[in-house]
Design a protein around this ligand. Structure first.
Ligand SMILES: *Cc1c(COP(=O)(O)O)cnc(C)c1O
Ligand SMILES: [Zn+2]
Length: 422
């Protein structure tokens, strides 16, 4: 789709429609490999494609998972025949109750808690694993704020691979247990996510057969998030939403949803109607929202302090590209306090019966804030990305909710408790 020159050598790998890796900064292309930085300018590398003819019918005839979009992803065409997990095709919920509560005309919730390990990270890991297998790796690894740890350990278990997962030792207990249960090596590191990430980069250079999904195979991993955009469009009846609100950690997901929408338009799979991208962060880790507010192009790193730990990346790799997406589409970024995050979790649960983790609370609460500030259009059709499950962050709400009353086992006591409740 891009008009840059073809790489000098043809690829030794079958990664489907992927043609080369291309630098986001200078456009220089390198052959497909486990590379993530441009050899000329150190800019981030991204997958470039020669897409085959893809139709709505060919996608609809595919498997009920992200692999229905395999012709648009950097994976071998035989991907389904391997022992990959099969995330995707999660529910797109018509959220009429939440719409009324927020005062917007039409709202959908993309409920990605329905993935194999209950977060959107299963999408990116499935693509990374498929690419890593083709690139010759045999151990699946990551630095993680939690959900990625779950997804990597589970995907490796299913594929019969070893895994090495690095987490900050302060991580929520449930996310530690829900990673450890899959076996594999889990290293709790003294330090915050940015320390863990630095360590991973060092280890990736030392161990030839270790694929760190979000480090040395990051260009492939990142493409997995496009499937969120593809699915929303397909589930809306092959059209783009007018507004989308996306939680931002490294920023990869937001930029790839944008890329997914744009590709569908260019491939003629949807009308290329305009859409606006909004980003959501927790105030305690809001480096991208802060840069947006200040009108800066550069991200000033922050030291995270928020209950939204899955979004707690103080130095986000794709921050500048989030700013590009948001500015190009006429969107905005907002941030919310931890108290607002909890209120957002409760509002979504009480209106739609969806229990999201803290990142979901960030998305709902930021949506409310952007509406109140007049940044989001209440008359435009809006999709909220709910990316992780509340069962993994019970601590966030455990002090806030509980039984209405504890009663003896008599109907009189129940009547009294009900009277008191009113
Ligand atoms: C990782 C994560 C995100 C954000 O992902 P990025 O692509 O790093 O911005 C959002 N929600 C949840 C639940 C996550 O685990
Ligand atoms: Zn470059």
């Amino acid at each position: 789709m891009t008009l840059t020159a073809a790489p000098e050598t043809t690829s030794a790998y079958d990664l489907g429609p992927a043609r080369a890796l291309s630098c986001r900064e200078c456009g220089h292309e390198v052959p497909l490999a486990a590379e993530f930085a441009c050899p000329r300018c150190f800019g981030p590398l991204e997958v470039a494609y020669d897409f085959p003819k893809v139709t709505r019918a060919s996608i609809e005839a595919g498997p009920k998972s992200i692999w229905r979009y395999r012709d648009l992803l950097p994976v071998p065409s035989t991907v389904q025949e391997h022992r990959n997990t099969e995330p995707g095709l999660t529910r797109l919920i018509e959220a009429d109750n939440l719409a009324r509560a927020l005062g917007v005309r039409k709202l959908w919730v993309k409920d990605d808690t329905g993935n194999p390990t209950h977060s959107f990270k299963d999408r990116v890991v499935a693509v990374a694993l498929a690419a890593a297998r083709e690139l010759g790796f045999s151990v699946l690894c990551c630095p993680s704020t939690g959900n990625l740890a779950n997804a990597v350990a589970a995907a490796a278990a299913r594929a019969g691979w070893d895994s090495v997962v690095l987490i900050p030792s302060s991580l929520e207990q449930p996310k530690i247990i829900t990673t450890a249960v899959y076996g594999g090596t889990l290293l709790a590191v003294d330090g915050n996510y940015d320390d863990v990430n630095r360590l991973a980069t060092e280890l990736a250079a030392e161990h030839e057969d270790w694929a760190f999904v979000n480090v040395n195979v990051r260009p492939y991993y990142a493409e997995g998030s496009k499937t969120l955009g593809y699915e929303v469009a397909e589930q809306l009846g092959w059209r783009l939403p007018q507004q989308v609100v996306v939680p931002v950690a490294s920023g990869s997901q937001l930029t790839k949803i944008d890329k997914g929408f744009t590709e569908l338009g260019k491939l003629g799979l949807v009308e290329p109607t305009p859409y606006t991208v909004f980003g959501a962060q927790a105030t305690g880790c809001s480096p991208v929202a802060a840069a947006f507010e200040a009108g800066h192009d550069v991200i000033q790193p922050q030291k995270p302090d928020t209950i939204a730990r899955s979004l707690a990346i103080g130095n986000p790799a794709d921050g500048p590209y989030v700013l590009d997406s948001v500015r190009r589409t006429g969107g905005s970024l907002g941030h919310v306090s931890d108290a607002e995050v909890v209120a957002g979790i409760r509002l979504l649960a009480e209106t739609e019966g969806v229990f999201a983790e803290t990142a979901g609370g960030v998305t709902v609460a930021t949506t409310k804030k952007l509406l109140e500030a007049g940044k989001l259009d209440p008359d435009a059709e809006t999709v909220l990305m709910i990316t992780g499950d509340g069962l993994k962050t019970l601590d966030a709400v455990s002090g806030e909710v509980g039984p209405t009353a504890t009663v003896p086992s008599t109907s009189v006591a129940v009547r009294e408790a009900l009277a008191k409740r009113r």
